[in-house]
Design a protein around this ligand. Structure first.
Ligand code: PMP
Length: 346
């Protein structure tokens, strides 16, 4: 190729350097400036590309994997997709145990990227042999030459964000960021970003978003896991029924809980008002901003960055389906805004 020919060696070169985008309409009544760090711009369309690449690169560097190694993981979908993508490019087999709460679309996407998928019941305890943790563990034990990514308990998860997402946010805001709002699942994103950002400026407020039905918020406040906090909920990728060691609770200032219903409506509003077709947890992040704003968290000088972890295309049969919304009872209360009616021409 002659000089001036522009191309990337492969898709993995495009991981990271996602854009920061100003939110204008969904936050128009709040004090401060609000920005989304939209991780859907990664080639695998989520924040999880960063950890998949970092963890597999590290395993290669440490000589833990060879050509025919199987990469095994538990995942709510996004991590699986990213691992499948990275494994495929690097020539490894990818085996995934997913929760039955994951959308059918997500599961088919994993299979399309060449992964082998096991679907496990969502509403069983983490130590139940049918849980996706236990299934992944068992497959790892039974498969010679395999590595278990174990994103909830792998410190490389947060390191990936400490090395990339955190520095990007600091640079993109010219160091002016005052608040980071991030949904917490494994806690890797929030913990890695928070560690980096607090090293630059300890005054930056780090706020984690948790779900009703998850133990994270209460654990952060009391250091106790309260089983009464655990019950089924709809949002995928956010909250947990156990405490992941990938989460560094010390660098998080507080957690706020958001509801399934309000987060779903907020995601739909972001699509309609900002033109950003976002995933469910992006709606949760802006819903958290909404609640925090009501509590007086922000002022005119606030520069708030919310992580938007993925893309709306992964939720077509869920929050972007009126049928699903109706089945959840999400149109029963005061939320009546629905997209334009479909006109059928005979
Ligand atoms: N949103 C979505 C859609 C996710 O899949 C995840 C990951 N479970 C998160 C948010 C939370 O990211 P993290 O695991 O880094 O806390």
């Amino acid at each position: 190729m002659k000089p001036g020919f522009e191309s990337f060696p492969n898709i993995l070169s495009l991981i990271g350097d996602t854009p920061l985008i100003k939110l204008n309409k969904v936050v128009k009544n709040f004090k401060g400036d609000f920005f989304a760090k939209w991780e859907a711009y990664n080639p695998g369309h989520s924040n999880k590309d960063r950890i998949a690449l970092h963890i597999i690169n590290e395993a290669e560097r440490q000589g833990l994997i060879q050509e025919n190694t199987s990469i095994i993981e538990t995942t709510s979908g996004n991590t699986g997709f990213s691992l499948a993508m990275v494994s495929m490019i690097k020539g490894y087999e990818c085996i995934l145990a997913v929760s039955s709460k994951s959308s059918e679309d997500k599961i088919n996407m994993l299979r399309s990227m060449g992964a082998k998928v096991y679907v496990c019941p969502a509403n069983v305890k983490a130590d139940d042999p049918r849980s996706y943790y236990q299934v992944a563990k068992r497959i790892h034990e039974e498969t010679n030459n395999s590595i278990y990514i174990n994103q909830y308990f792998n410190s490389l998860n947060a390191d990936a964000h400490y090395n990339s997402t955190g520095p990007e946010i600091w640079k993109q805001t010219g160091g002016e960021i005052t608040h980071l709002i991030a949904c917490s699942g494994t806690g890797g994103t929030i913990s890695g970003c928070a560690r980096y950002l607090k090293e630059q400026n300890p005054a930056i407020r780090i706020i984690g978003v948790d779900a009703y039905g998850s133990v994270l918020k209460k654990y952060h406040e009391t250091q106790e896991i309260d089983p009464k906090e655990i019950y089924p909920y709809r949002i995928e990728g956010l909250g947990k029924n156990l405490i992941p060691s990938a989460t560094n609770f010390e660098v998080i200032d507080k957690f706020i809980k958001v509801s399934d219903e309000e987060s779903a409506h907020m995601a739909r509003s972001i699509a309609r008002k900002e033109g950003m077709f976002v995933g469910y947890t992006s709606g949760a992040a802006v819903q958290a901003i909404n609640q925090l704003s009501e509590k007086g968290e922000f002022d005119q000088n606030s520069k708030v960055v919310a992580i938007f972890p993925d893309h709306g295309s992964r939720y077509m049969s869920k929050i972007y389906s009126d049928k699903w919304m109706k089945e959840q009872g999400f149109f029963d209360s005061n939320h009546t805004e629905v997209p334009n009616k479909i006109e059928y021409i005979q």
